[in-house]
Design a protein around this ligand. Structure first.
Ligand code: DAH
Length: 339
């Protein structure tokens, strides 16, 4: 019996010498120390021996088992250490390599300019209102004194959804909705997309951005309009910019004006952009027509107001020297990542 166990021990030690990997080791451990191994079986069968034999064989088996367990645990320690060293050697990390660059998204320049304009007006006490892109003819035209035969209604300019609905051609629609729904006094701006069926070219896009402004209160006059717009333009483009108001006509304001500012390109010296006048037209404005006020339920004897509206795209193009409006809508990352 003892001889058998001794040779089992020697065999185990011999086999153990050649083990290099964890899974090989595990197979060997099961073979010599597992539940079905000869050692475990011998211990289990001790009850078949006489009392005396049981004591001495039991002791011997346990000694062999103890020695084997010790040897096995030494070997597995060594294997794991070697494995770790091998990994450390193979998986070298070169900490001198430059890091990976992550691409960060950019705001479209239209959004950048919108953010800037909004900030200026919010600082002057305006709040922001929004209106739907699909509008009834009433909000887009009639409520603003643009009647059936007005040239602005011609289908050349307007996208019709059905007989009574259009894609709004300007943000002036929000004037009406605000006057109908909000408490007086009113002091709002309303930026958003507008639509006109223009053919796409370097200076025209069927979708573009406008911003509307509206102030209604008692004792509002043209000086408030001029002061507000001059303050806006100078904050946006610098103190050196000059402004000029020209009489104009809009159906929904009386009197109406257009505001010109010093040409950004030639700084007023005259160039092809400003057709040598030194000025470029930047927005439309005026005192809200009494008929428009009354239609929205506002007493035009008691309240006055001014309104203005301008295109954002042209300001963006002038500000950044962009010559083709299509770039603003193409989503070309080579263009957008410059901002
Ligand atoms: N709605 C006009 C347009 O699209 C712009 C405009 C002009 C808005 C005068 C106004 C205004 O509020 O008073 O061309």
């Amino acid at each position: 019996m003892k001889e058998k166990l001794n040779s089992l021990f020697n065999n185990a030690m011999e086999e153990l010498k050649n083990i290099k990997f964890v899974d090989e080791f595990e197979q060997l451990r099961v073979k010599y120390l597992g539940k079905k191994s000869e050692l475990t079986q011998t211990l289990r069968n001790l009850k078949n021996f006489s009392n005396e034999e049981r004591a001495s064989i039991g002791k011997f088996v346990n000694e062999v088992k103890g020695k084997l367990e010790k040897a096995f645990s030494e070997v597995i320690e060594k294997i794991k250490e070697e494995e770790m060293e091998r990994k450390l050697k193979e998986e070298v990390i070169d900490i001198t390599l430059p890091g990976k660059k992550f691409k960060v998204g950019h705001k479209n320049p239209i959004q950048l300019v919108l953010d800037e304009i909004q900030e200026i007006f919010l600082n002057m006490g305006f709040t922001i209102e929004e209106g739907p892109d699909i509008e009834s003819e009433y909000y887009n035209f009639e409520a603003l004194n643009i009647y059936k035969d007005h040239p602005a209604r011609s289908e050349q300019d307007t996208f019709y959804i059905d007989e009574d609905h259009v894609l709004r051609t300007h943000t002036s629609t929000v004037q009406i909705r605000t006057m109908e729904n909000k408490e007086l006094p009113i002091k709002i701006i309303s930026p958003g997309k507008v639509y006109r069926s223009d053919a796409l070219d370097a200076t025209h896009s069927p979708i573009f951005y406008q911003m509307e402004g509206l102030v209604i209160d008692k004792n509002i006059n043209m000086a408030h309009l001029k002061g507000t717009l001059e303050k806006f333009i100078k904050t946006m483009f610098g103190d050196k910019i000059k402004t000029k108001f020209r009489a104009h006509h809009f159906p929904f304001t009386e009197p109406s004006a257009e505001m010109d500012v010093t040409c950004f390109v030639c700084k007023g010296n005259g160039c092809s952009v400003c057709k040598n006048s030194g000025y470029i037209e930047i927005l439309g404005c005026g005192m809200v027509h009494p008929d428009v006020l009354e239609r929205c339920g506002i007493n035009s004897e008691e309240y006055r107001g001014f309104a203005f509206g301008f295109g954002i795209d042209r300001m963006v193009m002038l500000k950044y020297g962009i010559e083709d409006i299509r770039l603003l809508y193409d989503s070309d990352l080579r263009f957008l990542s410059q901002f």
